[in-house]
Design a binder for this molecule. Sequence first.
Ligand SMILES: NC(=O)c1ccc[n+]([C@@H]2O[C@H](COP(=O)([O-])OP(=O)(O)OC[C@H]3O[C@@H](n4cnc5c(N)ncnc54)[C@H](OP(=O)(O)O)[C@@H]3O)[C@@H](O)[C@H]2O)c1
Length: 242
Amino acid sequence: MQDPVLIIGASGTIGSAIAHTLSESGNKLILHGRRETDALRTLAVALDARYYAADLTSDMAAQEFFEVVGQENVHLSGIVFCAARPFPHKLALRTDWTVFQEQIDTQLKALHTTLQAFKPALEKRPDGARIIILSTEYVLGTPPQKIAPYIAAKAALTAYGQVVAQELLKAKIRVHIVAPGMVRSALTADMPDQYLDMVETEMPEAKFTSAEDVARVCALLMCHDGDPLYGTVIPVSRAARR
Ligand SMILES: NC(=O)c1ccc[n+]([C@@H]2O[C@H](COP(=O)([O-])OP(=O)(O)OC[C@H]3O[C@@H](n4cnc5c(N)ncnc54)[C@H](OP(=O)(O)O)[C@@H]3O)[C@@H](O)[C@H]2O)c1
């Protein structure tokens, strides 16, 4: 039987687009969301996939999730990590440390514990496995102001990904890092539509990166064609804006 790809954050805008595209490419999937929502259930039915809900910043919930998925899946062909939690738009020094900690826990801690839990399931595959980490274009070039906790957490996540890309290669696990431009989703929901429309108009093609743009690149990276790109921070941003 085909080994599945586990998508962390599959209930989100980009995660669900990745799930659809990987499923269309013939991958079997395991879907994850923080909460058990109608969107997650509907996606699982549509893609004929198992789904699980777990807040990966909670040690107990994460452990339970790792144990259940690990017991049911001895092998995994890949993991896509696209978790994120919304963040306030505030100057860095006016932001309480708890917000930084939440972002670090949702990004770095959640990825680290996920990889620790599932490395054995990935390395058991004789023909190798793949991990795709969703970073952001904000880690490339000068970052925007007022979202320091998110950018700091994504920078940590990206550096971590570059290190494990080297460390896991001997286990035949390739780590890819994708850095999307702005995509309309829950993460941009608190920005006024008028502002988003103005930013979009100023993009080179007058359009934002779409979740499907990101998903198609992830589908390439989840197969042999993408193997030479491991360890590289790959922008998917329809041209840099800065
Ligand atoms: N949107 C953008 O402009 C943009 C740009 C660059 C990079 N990215 C990155 O792309 C990825 C997907 O972003 P998106 O825009 O699709 O975000 P999204 O729609 O908000 O989805 C976020 C996903 O993360 C899950 N999640 C939130 N908190 C979690 C926690 N504590 N533990 C486990 N899972 C948790 C959510 O589950 P629930 O649905 O149950 O809450 C959801 O599945 C993220 O890594 C994001 O940083 C996004």
